[in-house]
Every structure is written in C-alpha cells, then in structure tokens.
Design a protein around this ligand. Structure first.
Ligand SMILES: Nc1ncnc2c1ncn2[C@@H]1O[C@H](COP(=O)(O)OP(=O)(O)OP(=O)(O)O)[C@@H](O)[C@H]1O
Length: 251
C-alpha cells in the first residue's frame, strides 16, 4: 500500500489544564476528500493548527509526504505542499481580489506579474474570475469564502486543509460550492475539510473522522459514522442513541 500523505502519531495538545487534542493518530491517503467533524469545541481547529504548524504538539509526531514535520512552521509546510484556510476570512479589504490571490501565488512565483497571472488562473477555478478587479472588501460572504479557497490554492498545495469553507453560506451557495471543492480534488489536490454542513460532507467525503472532546471517537464512510451510536451521543447527548433506537424499533 502507498504510504499516506499525512500521518499523525499520538498527537496531543493542552491549553493550561484543558486537553484540546488527546492522543490522535490517523492516516490520510493521497487523492481523496476526507472530513473531520465533531461538535463545537471538539478540537478540530486545534488539530488543523497542529497539522499545519501553527501550533506545536505537546506529544506525538506529524509526518507529511514521508517527512517528519512536527513543529515545522506553516510557511515551510506551505512550501512542502500543505496549506490551510481559516474559518474567519480576513482578506486585505482594500486590495483587489486579484492582488489578494496573488499573495498565495508569491510562494512559488518569482515576480509580481507572474503571481498576478497565476491569480487569474486560480480565480477561474473557484468561479471568481468576474470579480478579479473588485476590492476584496466588496465581496459577499460566499465570495470571501471563495477568495480564501483561492488564496490557499494559489500556493499550489498537495494537501489542502479547509476549515469550514461552507459555514455561513445559504443552501444554494453551499450547493454551488460543493462542485468547486470536488473539482479541486479532481485536479489532484488531496482535501481534508472541517465541516458542520453534514449534507456536504455526505456528498464530498469518502472518509470521515469524528472528534469529540479532543479524542477521535469514530472513523469510516459518512454513512458509517453518522449511524455510529458514539457519534450520535457526542452530538446529541448521553442516552440519545438508545432513545433513537427505541424510536425506530418496530412497534
Ligand atoms: N489558544 C487557545 N487557548 C486556550 N484554549 C483554547 C485555545 N484554542 C482552543 N482552545 C480550546 O480548545 C478546545 C477545542 O477548541 P477548537 O477550536 O479546536 O474546537 P473546534 O472543534 O474547532 O470547535 P468549533 O467547531 O466550535 O470551531 C475548546 O475548549 C477551546 O476553547
């Protein structure tokens, strides 16, 4: 079997007395869309920060493309091919969409002209081409989400970590964004997404990890994890799986 693109071995992180991520091990194969789900405060964003180098784990090891990257800072991980997006999108509001995307492209484009040309190509991929000359501050929420995606894509990632790119979008905007994410993966980028919009997870992800109170409690296909009693309990509270079981039992 091919070695995984990303491997976490026993990764933990505490903030003071709070264990945000506890002993997480996982392997992400190249060429798939996978998702990380879990209730609020489960540790998903902390895990992304650990993977991408914004935080250093207290214990454990992170291996990307065969190299130990534990404690390696984000800009070096981006050079290696791992880039993340942020839940709260903060573009340079006064700069145009083109200039904002070019920021990501500067990672591998030597000059400004080359970076701006790359920005145009990336804008096509995420449906932002008509907005290229607008100030980023004029974009709608959906437009800002696309811009965040574009800035990350412009770094030419091998692995893209998407932190809730669908949050705050209405159902139609979600439906429009799903094929954009799929086409990125079809273009050869491995995608790991944190997502609360379960319908999109069901459509996009072939594999799902579920985090609750810092621990991985389930993994499998979207169908498998959403039927898992531990996952139902984590989302809806103690005793729910049993109550639901009673509800669906034949009379
Ligand atoms: N820098 C920090 N300092 C202290 N506590 C933190 C810090 N970052 C996260 N936490 C805590 O760690 C826990 C996990 O937070 P995290 O943001 O990773 O969860 P999450 O699953 O991403 O939640 P959400 O779905 O609400 O974004 C929470 O209890 C949070 O309050």
């Amino acid at each position: 079997m091919a070695s995984p693109l990303l491997r976490l071995e026993g990764v933990s992180k505490s903030f003071g007395g709070l264990v945000a991520v506890r002993d997480v091990s996982l392997e992400l194969a190249e060429g798939r869309i996978a998702a990380l789900i879990g209730p609020n405060g489960a540790g998903k964003t902390t895990l992304f920060a650990l993977m991408s180098g914004f935080l250093r784990p207290d214990t454990g090891r992170i291996v990307f493309a065969g190299e130990d990257i534990t404690g390696v800072p984000p800009h070096l991980n981006a050079r290696r091919g791992m880039t993340r997006t942020f839940q709260i999108v903060q573009p340079f509001a006064a700069q145009t969409v083109r200039e904002n995307i070019a920021v990501g492209a500067h990672l591998h484009c030597a000059g400004r002209r080359e970076a701006l040309a790359e920005a145009e190509r990336v804008a096509q991929r995420v449906g932002l081409a008509p907005q290229l000359d607008k100030p980023a501050g004029d974009l709608t929420v959906a437009g800002r989400k696309r811009l965040e995606l574009a800035r990350a894509l412009a770094t030419r990632p091998r692995l893209l970590l998407l932190d809730e790119v669908l949050a705050g979008l209405n159902p139609q905007e979600v439906a429009e964004m799903v094929p954009v994410v799929r086409s990125i993966a079809d273009g050869g980028v491995t995608v790991l997404m944190i997502e609360h919009v379960m319908q999109a997870v069901m459509h996009l992800a072939s594999h799902v990890w579920v985090l609750s109170q810092g621990e991985l409690i389930a993994a499998g296909s979207p169908g498998e994890v959403t039927r898992d009693p531990r996952v139902i309990e984590a989302y809806l509270g103690h005793g729910t799986a049993q109550r639901l079981g009673r509800l669906v039992e034949p009379a």
